[in-house]
Design a protein around this ligand. Structure first.
Ligand code: MG
Length: 166
């Protein structure tokens, strides 16, 4: 298991949870899409350095808040997931941006409907802080959606059925 997969698993998120969100969102556009392709897209997103730094930062802030180790007023703001804070979403843009505007659109949608694990994280607040993590997960899913959309479009344009974009 690589570092990102391990970090996410420690916080209760499996890559399959993220892949299934991607599948639900993208399979309506690409009927041939399968879960394995979605999982592969999630893994590719997690290989990007910008993404890794963003996730490490978000998880560290959640964990420090959980242990009541942040300075006030930040401790209370992050611990209570104060709705006007908004930096959790801003940080997630560091993930959604990597494959262009489709990622940003998908992130907005996921942030609104909170499917699957995103909702679970949002609801899991007993001795848990997931203020950043829900947005990190939505960001990863959104970027993977964008990656799939770009790969499919490339196939249409070039007639090439091999995915060649990192
Ligand atoms: Mg949040």
């Amino acid at each position: 298991m690589d570092l990102m997969e391990e970090q996410l698993a420690l916080r209760g998120v499996q890559l399959e949870d993220i892949a299934s969100i991607v599948f639900d969102l993208q399979s309506q556009y690409y009927p041939d899409l399968n879960l394995a392709t979605c999982l592969e897209a999630v893994r590719k997103v997690l290989k990007k350095r910008d993404v890794q730094y963003t996730i490490l930062t978000g998880i560290a802030l959640d964990t420090l808040a959980e242990q009541c180790l942040l300075p006030e007023p930040l401790q209370t703001i992050i611990y209570t997931d104060e709705s006007l804070y908004g930096l959790d979403e801003v940080l997630a843009y560091g993930i959604t941006n990597i494959y262009g505007s489709i990622g940003i659109t998908s992130f907005g949608y996921l942030d609104k409907i909170k499917p699957g694990i995103i909702k679970d994280l949002d609801n899991n607040t007993i001795n848990k802080v997931n203020t950043f993590l829900d947005d990190m997960v939505a960001g990863i899913a959104a970027a993977a959606c964008a990656k799939i959309a770009h790969a499919q479009t490339e196939n249409l344009v070039s007639g090439n059925h091999h995915e060649n974009q990192d």
